[in-house]
Design a protein around this ligand. Structure first.
Ligand code: FBP
Length: 335
């Protein structure tokens, strides 16, 4: 069923239920998982919106597995996602940016057949300065047999994701996701407390006019990256250059703009970050599934992100993501 503007007024829940009806074998587990994700998003969003008033700004004093200072809101968001997803019986194992190892489901709760990876609050450097931040999620089916799921269930390639998406806490709160049937955006109406369809069947333009990269890292870049960025900035009417620069410093927000307007976002490998900065399983792979489902592309510079075989829970990969034409240009020039 293709979503169109005539479905305006549909809630996220209604739409996912309608999708479930399209799959006679569907058990409803994925539908319930999405309902719990949406609930966690509403709770986190309400706390983010009043962050300045609710003593949730600043750090907890802890350092996470990435060596980063844990923000209070990071910790809150992480706890909310675990609480909302561990009880319902849809998930058998979770992985979070904020937790060193896979997160088991307490024995008192039933285990489901899905594995959920998430970045509870992406854009931590922007939390305290009221700039858009977000939650990113990726869903796989359990592949292991036996009583206990394990690391192998987390280390699955992006191609085997059954769903991916993000919740962006910006001027409005939006839930954007794919289950392999296009990319759809729902906006939260805080007065009703429901996500309503606002962006059906999002298609990323073949080419854009915007590029997004942290140019402050230029001294660490390879010659190829410097050459590509200089090319983007060189005036040439025929190819619509120079492109304009946009960089928010929150992957969710920089990707959301790229998804809607086209262009390219990149966090390449450099002399400081040999594999780039962004994490494969709960940042790059979910965004790559969204990009490809919207007609765009996502590469590490050497291969499609979705084809990378994970080896570690928190591994990083370089990222070039956005309009198909712009990603192709990047790969051509960084060679
Ligand atoms: P976390 O905030 O979840 O750790 O994510 C990393 C991130 O903040 C991305 O959202 C963003 O794209 C990138 O790091 C910004 O990095 P930098 O400040 O080096 O440009």
């Amino acid at each position: 069923m293709t979503l169109t503007h005539e479905h305006y007024g549909w809630t996220l829940e209604r739409y996912i239920l309608e999708q479930q009806l399209q799959h006679p074998g569907a058990t409803g587990e994925l539908t319930k998982l999405f309902q719990q994700l949406a609930l966690a998003g509403k709770i986190i969003g309400s706390r983010v919106n009043k962050a300045g008033l609710a003593d949730v700004l600043g750090v907890t004093g802890e350092t996470n597995v990435q060596g980063e200072q844990v923000q209070k809101l990071d910790e809150f968001a992480n706890r909310m996602l675990i609480q909302c997803l561990e009880t319902g019986g849809q998930v058998c194992l979770m992985g979070s940016e904020e937790v060193d190892d896979p997160i088991p489901i307490p024995t008192r709760y039933p285990k489901g057949r899905y594995v959920l990876m998430f970045d509870p609050l992406d854009g931590s450097s922007n939390i305290d300065v009221n700039i858009s931040i977000g939650t990113i999620f990726s869903v796989h089916r359990r592949i292991s047999e036996g009583s206990e799921p394990g690391m192998a269930d987390c280390l699955q390639p992006g191609r085997s994701q059954v769903a991916a998406g993000y919740i962006i806490y910006g001027s409005s709160t939006m839930f954007v996701y794919t289950t392999g049937a296009g990319v759809h955006g729902f906006t939260l109406d805080p007065t009703v407390g429901e996500f309503f369809l606002s962006h059906p069947d999002i298609k990323i333009p073949e080419r854009g006019k915007l590029y997004s990269i942290n140019e402050g890292n230029r001294a660490q870049w390879s010659d190829g990256i410097c050459r590509w960025v200089d090319w983007l900035k060189t005036p040439d009417k025929a190819t619509g250059r120079p492109y304009s620069s946009r960089y928010i410093g929150t992957l969710v927000a920089d990707f959301h703009r790229t998804l809607l307007k086209g262009g390219i976002f990149s966090y390449p490998a450099d002399k400081k970050n040999a594999n780039g900065k962004l994490r494969l399983l709960y940042e790059c792979a979910p965004m790559a599934m969204l990009a490809e489902q919207a007609g765009g592309a996502a590469s590490t510079g050497n291969q499609p992100v979705l084809d990378v075989m994970p080896t570690e829970l928190h591994q990083r990969v370089p990222l070039f993501i956005g309009s198909k034409g712009d990603v192709a240009d990047a790969l051509e020039r960084i060679k």
